[in-house]
Design a protein around this ligand. Structure first.
Ligand code: SAH
Length: 290
């Protein structure tokens, strides 16, 4: 490491009132849709699922139906993370990777379990950092998987130190230009960036009513599809694969709408996906040296 590579973030973690409100939301968040699903096997996700659900879960006797539906939703959320991992590249135990907006840490633990690599998760929620580091200790991987109260716009990690970075439903909380500038700085040449995100569809125009409802619900700012590719191109992140997961995520929302852990935002997701104003994308890019 040279003296030009910062080891600590240079600005306060929370930069403005908008970020403080997001941190506050995640610090307080105890939604059963996240907690009860995580309790199924100890892998806590804060993202959505993909793939068809088994209709049999809706036929389970009433006394056990709720648990069966929850386990099925959790299976679909884990399938989403597995798909992300499939695109992270041929990682080894010698590699270091970053989870940008790490939540309660689910995807980080899955990545370490699959590849043995060192994982640094960053989140602006101190309670998430505490929870996820507790999980790392319980799982006895705290020497390899660490969570930090840091801003993904300014992580303070050394330049070129990451072999892969992913953002799983986190990019709608920040402006893409400074985000991808930071990712480009952190990624070694040839390293991988994987993004799963909802974005609004340029073809249908600006934000639809349903997309605006999602923004309001999560205090976020959903970007357009074209915003992603423009900002990636501007920062040496060259897409190698783009998968439209919209059709694959609709069954998850249909099941969630019927579940006991629905939060009230389900209809906005279903409407926007079905009308085509919102899309769920997997974007895989390589860091090309300038
Ligand atoms: N990727 C996780 C969590 C997604 S929820 C998962 O798939 O389970 C969104 C996460 O983004 C929260 O953890 C929130 O704290 C984080 N986040 C939002 N803005 C951030 C920022 N500027 N820097 C770091 N994390 C941020």
């Amino acid at each position: 490491m040279t003296s030009t590579q910062p080891t600590e973030a240079t600005t306060p973690v929370l930069r403005n009132d908008f970020q403080r409100s997001i941190a506050d939301y995640w610090d307080r968040e105890k939604d059963p849709v996240n907690i009860r699903l995580g309790e199924v096997d100890g892998i806590y996700h804060h993202h959505y699922g993909i793939g068809d659900y088994s209709p049999a879960v809706l036929e389970v006797p009433e006394s056990e139906r709720d648990s069966a539906v929850i386990a099925e939703m959790h299976r679909l959320e884990t399938a989403q993370a597995e798909l992300l991992l499939d695109h992270l590249g041929p990682l080894t135990a010698a590699d270091r990777v970053m989870d940008a907006g790490s939540g309660r840490g689910g995807t980080s633990f899955m990545t370490n379990a699959r590849f043995g690599c060192q994982v640094d998760g960053v989140t602006i929620s101190e309670s998430q950092v505490e929870f996820a580091n507790g999980q790392a200790a319980q799982r006895k991987v705290d020497d390899r998987v660490r969570f930090h109260f840091r801003n993904m716009l300014d992580t303070g990690f050394p330049s070129g130190s990451m072999r892969a970075i992913w953002s799983n439903e986190t990019t709608m909380y920040v402006d893409l230009a400074p985000l991808f500038a930071e990712f480009a700085r952190l990624l070694a040449p040839g390293a991988r960036y994987v993004c799963i995100t909802g974005c609004y569809n340029d073809l249908t125009g600006g934000r639809s009513r349903a997309v605006s409802q999602i923004d309001q619900h999560y205090i976020c700012n959903i970007h357009s599809r074209s915003d992603y590719f423009r900002a990636m191109a501007d920062h040496g992140l060259v897409p190698i694969a783009v998968t439209d997961l919209t059709a694959a995520t609709i069954p998850y929302w249909e099941l969630r709408e019927k579940s006991s852990v629905a939060t009230g935002i389900e209809q906005a997701f279903l409407t926007s996906y079905r009308e085509g104003s919102f899309q769920y994308l997997l974007i895989v890019a390589d860091r090309v040296a300038a």
